[in-house]
Design a protein around this ligand. Structure first.
Ligand SMILES: [Zn+2]
Length: 166
């Protein structure tokens, strides 16, 4: 991996912090909303100067230096997988402090997501990753030809983050 310039790292940190502070329950961000937010900041603040170098926010977020951390799904900014983000922290693209912030935000994200699944009587399959309704799970529903295998037992703890089956 080529060296990531500090200006690019700072911009990564800027986006990461915004996402964790404002969008933790979803962990995605529309380009339009983020653009509005950036326009509300002083025109000569560092993130805006960085953006202007590249013309617009979209081009900026598509830089090869951003892609280990973020990707664009149409006009939605998303984080790469948790594994990839950990790797970015390991190699220093993301600071230790920002990584802690990301982990906390991911706890919020998963709590939200799993609480919804629990309330809908759903579980996540350990094998294929699909979300499925507990009541209709039977042989043949998973890609293995068997029933889905539950990843969580909602009765283990009131805290959904502690319900994962070993
Ligand atoms: Zn399955």
């Amino acid at each position: 991996m080529e060296k990531v310039p500090s200006s690019d790292k700072n911009f990564i940190s800027f986006v990461l912090n915004y996402m964790c502070d404002h969008r933790a329950a979803e962990m995605w961000l529309s380009l339009e909303d983020f653009s509005k937010y950036m326009h509300s900041l002083p025109p000569k603040c560092e993130p805006n100067l960085f953006r202007k170098q590249y013309g617009n926010l979209k081009t900026c977020l598509k830089l090869p230096t951003m892609s280990p951390v973020f990707f664009l799904d149409n006009n939605i900014v998303k984080f790469q997988s948790e594994e990839k983000i950990k790797h970015c922290a390991d190699i220093g693209i993301i600071s230790a402090e920002d990584y802690q912030k990301y982990l906390k935000a991911m706890d919020v994200y998963w709590t939200q997501k799993l609480s919804v699944a629990k309330s809908l009587g759903e579980n996540v399959c350990k094998v294929c990753g699909d979300t499925y309704k507990l009541v209709i799970n039977k042989k043949g529903q998973c890609k293995t030809g068997e029933a889905h295998v539950p990843k969580y037992d909602w009765t283990k703890s009131p805290d959904v983050l502690k319900c994962e089956l070993k």
